[in-house]
Design a protein around this ligand. Structure first.
Ligand code: AHG
Ligand code: MN
Ligand code: MN
Length: 318
């Protein structure tokens, strides 16, 4: 545990969060700092490249995916306060070792988002959300298959030009930076969505967009709704972070030909949708509020629209 992390301690205490939950959040903060440090020097520590494994998503696992995943599982298990975990990298529910059967909290995470950007030193991140367990059965997936609206706290870290951690509850959403000792120092409080005109869409998928989405994006481009510019990092967490601070919308629609979504409801969409809601933004799968969707399986993928309400409203009318 990072020593003298007083600013984070007092922030979490002032949020009236339960002591156990505070320990879980401090564990995540410490883990993210460690991941950040490791990423910074990954090129000289043989941590760039693939492991040779294929994960449950059918994607080639990067060494840093595996590293971040193992670190979070180990540290959260050792916190003693986590009942169950779910990770984008792991097919089934993760029961902590030691077992912590009496603990309350369920943590879900995308240990490293934006894996395709690792080997080109472009911003990547970690995304997470914390829930309370529903029952005392660690083998009951219902503890993980909770609607996003049940989240108590969600957050992310972006490992970008600087490392920034966002923590969000219904009371407050704040940003933190780490000092060289790993202490999280608050830089922004009570964050609300900005109002710049930005859209973040991978337009190479254009031919598989619905007519509604094509008409929406054409509207954003046309200038009738204000001058828009496009920004697409290809790491959801970075695109979300930029749009939160500056304003704008991120969209990764369902593929209208296959009906498939790209992004994972539990590990990516729910945490960011929870943050969007707390910061006066909005999130949907095109039809339904993301936070109202009952997950049907641990790795369900959905269409995802998240960001400022303004662009969501323009889409409704498109
Ligand atoms: P991950 O690295 O966790 O698998 O997630 C990658 C996701 C997301 O970060 C990003 O927005 C999206 O994949 C990019 O997909 P495209 O390359 O199809 O644009
Ligand atoms: Mn991801
Ligand atoms: Mn990932």
């Amino acid at each position: 545990m990072i020593k003298n992390n007083e600013e984070l301690n007092s922030y979490l205490t002032n949020q009236n969060l339960n002591e156990d939950l505070i320990l879980v959040l401090k564990t995540i903060s410490d883990s993210c700092f460690e991941i950040s440090e490791t990423i910074r020097s990954s090129g000289i520590n043989n941590l760039i490249g693939k492991t040779g494994e294929i994960n449950v998503q059918g994607e080639k696992v990067e060494k840093l995916d595996e590293y971040a995943n193992n670190l979070l599982i180990r540290n959260l298990s050792h916190s003693g306060k986590v009942f169950l975990m779910g990770s984008e990298e792991i097919e089934s529910a993760i029961i902590p070792n030691p077992n912590n059967i009496d603990s309350e909290y369920v943590v879900v995470f995308d240990p490293l988002d934006g894996s395709s950007n690792i080997d080109v030193s472009v911003t990547i991140g970690t995304i997470f959300a914390i829930y309370k367990k529903i029952n005392n059965d660690q083998n009951d997936l219902e503890n993980l298959l909770q609607k996003g609206k049940n989240a108590i706290v969600a957050g992310y870290t972006v490992y970008g030009s600087s490392t920034v951690m966002c923590l969000s509850s219904s009371v407050d959403t704040s940003l933190f930076s780490f000092d060289k000792n790993g202490r999280a120092l608050r830089t922004h409080s009570n964050i609300k969505h900005g109002n710049s005109n930005i859209y973040s869409v991978n337009e190479s998928n254009w031919n598989n967009f619905t007519e509604k989405d094509k008409s929406w994006i054409k509207k954003l481009k046309s200038g009738t709704e204000g001058e828009y510019t496009a920004r697409y990092v290809g790491s959801l967490v970075s695109d979300f972070h930029r749009n939160l601070i500056k304003g704008g919308v991120f969209a990764y629609p369902y593929d209208s030909i296959t009906g498939e979504g790209r992004l994972r409801l539990i590990y990516e969409c729910n945490p960011l949708s929870f943050i969007a809601k707390n910061t006066n933004g909005d999130a949907s799968d095109g039809e339904r509020k993301i936070l109202e969707i009952k997950p049907s399986n641990l790795h369900q993928r959905v269409g995802f629209y998240v960001g400022s309400k303004k662009e969501m409203e323009i889409r409704k009318k498109s």
